[in-house]
Design a protein around this ligand. Sequence first.
Ligand code: FE2
Ligand code: FE2
Length: 450
Amino acid sequence: MSTKENLKYTHHVLLVDDEPSILKALTRTLRRLPCTLHTASGGPEALCLLEESRHAFSLILSDQRMPEMDGATFLEKSRKFYPYASRILLTGYSDLEALTRAINLGGIHRFLSKPWEDDTLIQAVTETLQQYEVILENKKLQIMLSRQNQELEAKIQQRTADIQKQNESLSRVNQMLEDSFYSTVRLLASLVDRSAPELSGHGRRVSEMAAMLARHMELDAEEILHIEVAGLLHDIGKVGGTPGILRGNPQQMSKEDFQHYRKHPEEGQSLLQLIPRLDHVGILIRCHHERYDGQGFPNGLSEQEIPMGARILSVADAYDRYLHIPELSAEAVRLLSRQEDSTLDHINSQTLKRQAAAAKVKQDAFSRHDPDVVKALLDLLKNQGLGVKREKSLILEQMEPGMKLARPLYTVQGRFLLPYNTIITKEIMQRLNQIHKNEAIQEPIQILPA
Ligand SMILES: [Fe+2]
Ligand SMILES: [Fe+2]
């Protein structure tokens, strides 16, 4: 039989009947359950009790026939105060209309007929309270779940904010590292340019051409960056050398110079060892004079033994030298004229020089250069023209913020001011105008197109 063992909680139960004897009988029977019983002699009194009570009522049991307010009406009104409490109506079987109303409006859970059997009453009330306990536990679980969800949500938000903060500071640090990395590289490149004015821009042009070749050959982004930087710095080992060494034409070098010249790739590599992140760039620089046929220096490596980046540098370097060093350019043009029927007069001299430089590089495929890289150069020149950006020459007055230096900036006395690739800001403009008043800035200034 249903007893108090079947219930987990102590419940508050409200009993409503206008007949004191019935209230007494109900109280006497239900005292066997773990319940605190409250009584009211009619609907209005019971509603006052519900409104003022601080107890959470689990069950409201009401008689149907009462003079001031019938049970169905009272149970309906009680929902306002305790929407989740279980409701039982005590009524006669014949009172069908009241029962229907109580089910529809009062949300009753069951009804009991008068007179009742004590056991039936106990069982009905126990079962109803058990249902209420299930609802109660469900609600508790829901509350717990929603609290856990809120906590989880808050933790996720906090974690996301933390990660965002970490990312921001990481990208700030990265940006600082990148900035200092690139300005070190640019400054070193400017030093090369400064110590060899006849090769001014050589490093930058080799860097641009080598990067274009690397992209054309679909190398990965990191390798392209290494090649780009190595292009800028590939001849840094020549710094401090004689003009013969700087021009890099062995025919014009003394024996001593030639020995020194042969060391510039290794010296370039050892200079870069002092700068973190440039190890691989150092290897490319060391190998930029290796030849495909194994006749190069310093190690006589051949074919695939030479890193791909160095094979690319070698082609870009040779092409630039045949284009920009006057005696090499003239030699290349002479060679091309001999190869072609002497019908080159109609070609303008710049185009002729490019064709001649390309022809010279092509001639050196398989001996000096990797044929695949040479092919990439010829493809690029055919499809995209020269591809290297054309510079604009300006005087200081024509310069505006936002412009980018194509070459390093010096005063006429040769004092270094800014590395190339510097983007001119308002502040830099003001500073340059001030310097220009005391010590003229070397003009024209070479600017990269936007
Ligand atoms: Fe070199
Ligand atoms: Fe070079």
